[in-house]
Design a protein around this ligand. Structure first.
Ligand code: 5RP
Length: 259
């Protein structure tokens, strides 16, 4: 792997592990609860995360360029919650913009099994072709749109493998039962997404801990952090699971101490 690519990946995943903070939800669902003012939402959380995942619009308007955190730029979109099909995405951001904004990586969704499977896989291939020459890693997001029941090992393993085969350097997917089957079939690092807010903190810490035990390299968790009234306490506890191998019990202790 070239020096630039390796350096970017190392900054994003210090020690091979990562806690990305996604604040990209507005690109298809508008002013999501807890994310109405993204700059305000992330201010107290920044010390605990390794990178931010956001669009160029939010980056330019809400994020201080001196924060010195790697940015994973969300570069797919073109659909909305109220539109016909969330899968009908395009690449939204040119390679010039990606470089101009000093992105450490880019993220794009693929909707495998959907009507737009080929289009979104083409998006991924084009993005890898554009970014590879500049040493910019592509993170593929295995999106399910509104079909949350798709989050099971056989389907997610298929999606992750296809994304890696097309050149994604990292794949973000959902945690599921038998998560080791997803990781084992994927030749690049796998990151867990969060999904809608869980009922309890224990539930969040448990699935993150399980996924890490089964080979994930980290998380890209938004709503379960910033929709929690004790967001900083959640972030500290998650950081301990990711970077200090904390148990669920220890994570709960950290959470309770800070909440
Ligand atoms: C939206 C995304 C988000 O980054 C991803 O869903 C993670 O956020 P959350 O933990 O809130 O689900 O890719 O398409």
């Amino acid at each position: 792997m070239d020096w630039g690519m390796k350096n970017r990946l190392d900054r994003l995943m210090p020690g091979g592990k990562c806690f990305f903070m996604p604040i990209d939800h507005g690109y298809f669902q508008g002013p999501t609860s807890g994310l109405e003012k993204p700059g305000k939402t992330i201010k107290s959380l920044l010390p605990y995360v390794d990178a931010l995942f956001c669009t160029r619009g939010v980056l330019r308007e809400a994020i201080d360029p001196t924060i010195n955190k790697p940015i994973v730029l969300r570069v797919s979109g073109g659909t909305s919650m109220v539109g016909k099909d969330l899968a009908n995405e395009i690449i939204t951001t040119s390679i010039d913009e990606i470089i101009r904004l000093n992105a450490s990586a880019v993220g794009l969704s693929v909707f495998i099994g959907s009507e737009y499977e080929k289009q979104t896989l083409q998006n991924l291939s084009k993005l890898v072709n554009a970014c590879e020459g500049y040493g910019i890693p592509v993170m593929a997001v295995t999106a399910v749109g509104k079909e949350m029941e798709k989050r099971e090992a056989r389907y997610l393993a298929l999606c992750c493998r296809i994304a890696a085969e097309l050149g994604a350097k990292v794949v973000k997917t959902y945690w599921c039962e038998d998560f080791e089957k997803v990781v084992e079939g994927c030749p690049v690092p796998v990151i867990m997404a969060g999904g809608p807010k869980c009922k309890t903190e224990k539930e969040v810490f448990s699935f993150v801990h399980d996924g890490m035990q089964k080979g994930a390299v980290g998380i890209n968790l938004g709503r379960n952090v910033w929709q929690n009234p004790n967001a900083v306490a959640v972030a500290k506890a998650l950081r301990a699971i990711i970077h200090e191998k904390a148990s669920v019990k220890r994570a709960l202790e950290i959470f309770k101490k800070c909440a």
